[in-house]
Ligand binder design. Sequence first.
Ligand code: NAP
Length: 332
Amino acid sequence: MPAALVTGATGQDGYYLCQGLAAAGLEVHAVVRPSDDGTQDPGLDDLRAVVPGLVEHEADLGDADALSAVVAEVAPTEVYNLGGISSVAQSWAQPVATGLVSGLAVGVLLDAAWQLQERTGRQVRFVQASSAEIFGEAPTSPQDERTPVRPRSPYGAAKAYGHHMVGVYRARGLHASAVVLYNHESPRRPEAFVTRKITRGAARIAAGLDSTLTLGSLDVRRDWGWAPDYVEAMVAAVRADVPDDYVIATGVAHTVEDFVRAAFARAGIDDWAAHVRTDPAFVRPAEASLQVGDSTHAREVLGWQPTKGFTDVVDAMVDHDLALLAAVGRRP
Ligand code: NAP
């Protein structure tokens, strides 16, 4: 049975990816961060529930020896690198750790995959979850695979290193692809991210539990898609005959204000502005103001396309948060 090794398996995308790989008949191996205090990541419980036969391997992405050992032990046919610090805000708080786990770890995994391929003579395929943040304050819009890589945050810089290393190992003969992901959301998005903060906040206000929601800039524009669609692109990149880089985006940008408006409307609140405050403390340094991606290359080569539009994504997240509150309310 072919084996897939997935880092970041307990995260938003990992949940959907591992589920899809298992359903397609692959043996799924997850790299799981060792717990410092013995407590279990709730994401792991959720993952175990939907991935029968999940094989877990404890390794921190900052531990190069442990990571290489997992690759050698599992001898996967395909490697999906989704793990790392995935928030720009957190990367400003932990710039060095971000470089280690979202940047250097990519090189470690690529080299381990390359060594495995050399040793066994069997092709190993690799996909890197790259990010639109590698483009920083892009000179053109929409951005595509030819847009200059000029990050503006520690997260973007770490992702840029990983992105370039994919190119280096591809030139060396590894089937290594980078999917340059624009923002993608789902009910599994952690509450630290603005989209989930908004949908949860709208649900709580609708339920009478809160009266206000405090956000940073409402003018930031993002290209928001549906996470399960973006995971499909990763699998398609691994299955493609030739490895390459692919921008994965809807091609439509909306402001944070648009997101707020749509979320409050779905929650049944007409006067969203009466409930939303802005606080400069939530505005990030060097915020890339407009991100919108042109995914023509992925559409043409991989046959990829998004299945959900902006409003559908917001609605699914708000509905989930309303249902969570209703479930809590029903508890004895
Ligand atoms: P996520 O929910 O934040 O998941 C990140 C995963 O990385 C978690 O499983 C986390 O494990 C793991 N991780 C973090 N630090 C680790 C460490 N030191 N050692 C081992 N594992 C570690 O991210 P996501 O939204 O699924 O995104 C998946 C990938 O796509 C990420 O690389 C992200 O940067 C990239 N991306 C995402 C978006 C987006 O909009 N979602 C956009 C562009 C690029 P714990 O559960 O233990 O923390």
